[in-house]
Ligand binder design. Structure first.
Ligand code: RIB
Length: 296
């Protein structure tokens, strides 16, 4: 069984601010750094750091070689990442004094996938292989349809939620990994328990991971529901906390771990990620996560 993630690669321009800027306001920043990010590559890195062999697919511009280097460093297979003429995707991220963020996204190369490219990548995968997707690349409906035809197992993190997702046949998804905002947008509800119930009714065959910020996470499979509280830490940057949870959760499933242990490991991994700046670089290695769990 192989794991493929077709997803975004962004150069995150991260600005430290006192507060997230308001309309019409000008605010001096307390510093700026460029980090590797993008929900797609963050999740591939989390999978790899959790010990999974993962192939990443996506597009970058000539300014994106740094992603190939990082894939090599962290053990993500980059054979299916393509260079195109144009700019790598990027973000402008404000991180405030409470570690909260706001993200402005420029899709760039992430929005340049073609059906020929998708066909070429999927050709290397088969029935039972896992395909992980987020919503920062174009052609999501096509990718889902083609992977489903091949009987791949589709895991979707519908983030960020926007109208492009309305074109995706979500009944083809086997695992949803989403937060309460995205859950609310899919179901039209706001109460987490109601969101989970509605998701289970709409997608009775899917496994559902619902992250709830400071209230932890819930996981539903069949008629079983599990709850995982957070590990309280002093956060400096919450960027990629959800991506870390997603990667670690899938890694635990792939390893056949017990659900409660998977949730616990994922929560611990996220709690470590938020104590560090940046996205890719904030995601801990599995050894570190397991050691932290042992020591508590
Ligand atoms: O989930 C965090 C990521 O969202 C950031 O790395 C940024 O690139 C945006 O895609």
């Amino acid at each position: 069984m192989k794991v493929l993630n077709i997803g975004s690669l962004n150069l995150d321009h991260v600005y430290k601010v006192d507060h997230i800027i308001l309309p019409g306001e000008t605010e001096a920043t307390g510093g700026m750094e460029i980090f590797l990010g993008g929900k797609g590559i963050n999740q591939s890195m989390a999978l790899a750091k959790a010990g999974v062999d993962v192939y990443h697919g996506g597009m970058i511009g000539k300014d994106g070689q740094v992603f190939i280097d990082a894939c090599k460093e962290h053990g993500v297979n980059s054979d299916y990442i393509r260079f195109i003429d144009g700019k790598t995707g990027h973000t402008i991220i404000q991180v405030d004094k409470n570690a909260q963020n706001s993200i402005l996204l420029f899709g760039g190369a992430n929005q340049r996938l073609t059906t020929e490219y998708v066909d070429e990548v999927l050709e290397h995968f088969e029935k039972g292989d896992i395909l992980l997707l987020q919503n920062e690349v174009n052609l999501l409906p096509y990718i889902v349809d083609e992977a489903y035809k091949k009987e791949m197992v589709i895991a979707l993190n519908p983030s960020p939620f926007n109208e492009a997702l309305n074109e995706v046949d979500l009944t083809k998804v086997s695992i949803f990994l989403l937060n309460e905002v995205e859950g609310g947008q899919i179901t039209g509800l706001s109460d987490p328990d109601e969101i989970l119930t509605c998701m289970r009714e709409k997608f009775p065959n899917a496994k559902i991971v619902l992250t709830l910020g400071k209230d932890g996470a819930k996981y539903a499979e069949g008629d079983k529901v599990y709850h995982q509280p957070i590990y309280k830490v002093k956060a400096v940057d919450t960027t990629a906390a959800g991506d870390t949870f997603t990667g670690y959760f899938l890694a635990g499933m792939i390893d056949g771990m017990d659900v409660k242990d998977i949730l616990n490991m994922s929560a611990k991994a996220s709690s470590i990620a938020v104590t560090r700046e940046g996205a890719v670089q904030s995601i801990p290695l599995k050894d570190e996560v397991l050691k932290a769990l042992e020591e508590q």
